[in-house]
Write a protein that binds this ligand. Structure first.
Ligand code: GDP
Ligand code: IMO
Ligand code: MG
Length: 431
């Protein structure tokens, strides 16, 4: 029953999509279990760039079955756009290989409008959400008043539920001084979505469970990152879903099978989009080098919103935390190539508050802003180009030392190192 799990160890955008693509070669099923189109997962195949927000990144490999689990929140319009984008790019997206859980929740224009309205009400204390309606959709889910994908199979009932839902939402919007939404227009839109998406709706829990029972490999594709998890992240600056390995079971509706591998994707430095604490954040020249100017497709500008990402040094206190809460068995390090050109590199190994040094935090990620990072300094490999490296031996000694330091401070073995966005720009370690 091989269950492999891919999880972001930071605040998202670690390069999960490219590793899901890599590991999809040997998986029968690839499944998203959390989040919605707040995610943006990039897969680059011979310069063809696919940006996936909802559909599992495994879809690019023709041999896979792809599941969108019950833990997801799905905007039908975004999903149809993504299906078209993939079909136009030559990817087969049919009900034979894409299955959407009947129990996944639906995002409506009301969720999106409320997401944006709540952010404007928050003023300077805004969370910096993606505006995709994620929080309001999960709020409706836990309040037991959400709309689910199964509702698309009964359009007449859906029209009534939508009427009720939008009416309620309009009251909220009115209180935020936002114009009400047109119920008729939305009903018409969702009637079309019903027709188009009905053939894809299925019992994905059963498909995943049967596959595991029969010995097929299921690859669970995490969205967002451990530090954005609603329970274990930098609350309240988090998303509204379970982004850790714990979310896989509930988000796919499978039993507590032991995972074969829990793979943590870790960027060689740290990034964050939106508000919230970021102890190792950098500005000035270092930030420019880490972020890039936007000239390269992999520069640090959001895949979903285009926002410039905040950047900083790798934080191994947070990496150890992510390793613990996920039970990570292996790490994949991404974007090592981006560090080339820097004379010196820093890794945060502990935090300091007053005279006290902390290698673990007393209350998880609470009050993170009150700690300052303690760094270890390592030499860079300056201008040596590592994008062509394919074996450990191809890396300069300084790059090897940097990876060894991540293993030492992070406490998890590194199994892959990626040195570019292309499928083949990967070093596989012999461990
Ligand atoms: P995800 O959300 O975790 O899937 O990550 P994103 O796709 O949002 O962001 C990662 C970005 O880095 C994408 O543009 C990837 O194509 C790119 N990328 C992934 N691995 C590497 C790498 O090793 N080097 C470089 N330069 N880019 C990478
Ligand atoms: P992937 O899967 C990076 C961030 C938002 C915001 C916070 C809450 O591509 O790694 P939300 O819209 O979810 O309510 O926003 O979470 N966020 C992400 N940051 N990568 C993501 O996904 C993210 N999904 C949400 O920027 O700070
Ligand atoms: Mg992303």
């Amino acid at each position: 029953m091989p269950l492999d799990i891919i999880i972001g160890t930071q605040w998202g955008d670690e390069g999960k999509g490219r590793f899901v693509d890599l590991l999809s070669r040997n998986a029968q099923i690839v499944a998203r279990f959390n989040g919605g189109d707040n995610a943006g997962h990039t897969v680059t195949v011979e310069r063809q760039i696919f940006k996936l927000h909802l559909i599992p990144s495994g879809i690019i490999h023709s041999g896979t079955i792809n599941l969108m689990g019950n833990g997801m929140v799905i905007h039908p319009g975004s999903l149809l756009d993504e299906m078209k984008m993939l079909s136009d790019g030559g990817v087969d997206v049919t009900p034979k290989r894409l299955f959407i859980s009947y129990a996944a929740h639906i995002i409506t224009p009301a969720h999106r409008a409320i997401d944006k309205a709540m952010e404007s009400v928050r003023g300077s204390g805004l969370l910096g959400t993606t505006g995709r309606g994620i929080g309001p959709a999960y709020t409706d889910k836990t309040a037991r008043q959400g709309l689910r994908m199964i509702d698309l199979l009964d359009p007449e009932n859906l029209m009534d539920n939508l009427d009720d839902h939008i009416r309620k939402a309009n009251k909220t919007l009115e209180s935020c001084q936002v114009a009400p939404l047109d119920i008729r227009e939305i009903q018409e839109q969702y009637r079309v979505y019903s027709q188009k998406l009905a053939p894809f709706i299925a019992d994905t829990s059963r498909i995943a469970s049967d596959a595991l029972y029969h010995g097929d490999t299921v690859l669970a594709e995490g969205a967002q990152g451990s530090l954005l998890d609603v329970d274990m992240g930098t609350y309240p600056y988090v998303t509204s879903s379970s982004c850790t390995s714990a979310g896989v079971l509930s988000g796919l509706g499978i039993g507590a099978y032991p995972a074969r591998r829990v793979i943590g994707i870790t960027k060689a430095f740290q990034t964050r989009v939106g508000s919230g604490p970021f102890p190792t954040e950098q500005s000035g020249q270092i930030a420019l080098q880490l972020r890039g100017t936007g000239a390269n497709p992999w520069d640090e500008y959001g895949t979903t919103t285009g926002r410039a990402r905040r950047v900083g040094w790798l934080d191994s206190v947070l990496l150890r935390y992510a390793a613990r809460i996920n039970g990570l068995t292996k790490l994949a390090i991404t974007k090592l190539d981006v560090l080339q050109g820097l004379d010196e590199l820093y890794i945060c190994t502990a935090y300091q508050k007053g005279n006290q040094i902390y290698t673990e935090l007393p209350f998880g990620l609470s009050n993170l802003e009150s700690y300052s990072p303690v760094y270890t300094r390592l030499p860079g490999w300056k201008s040596v180009d590592i994008t062509g490296a394919r074996t450990w031996g191809d890396l300069p000694a300084e790059a090897q030392r940097y990876i060894e330091a991540i293993v030492e401070f992070g406490g998890v073995p590194v199994h892959w190192i990626s040195v570019g966005a292309e499928r083949d720009q990967v070093i596989r370690m012999e461990s």
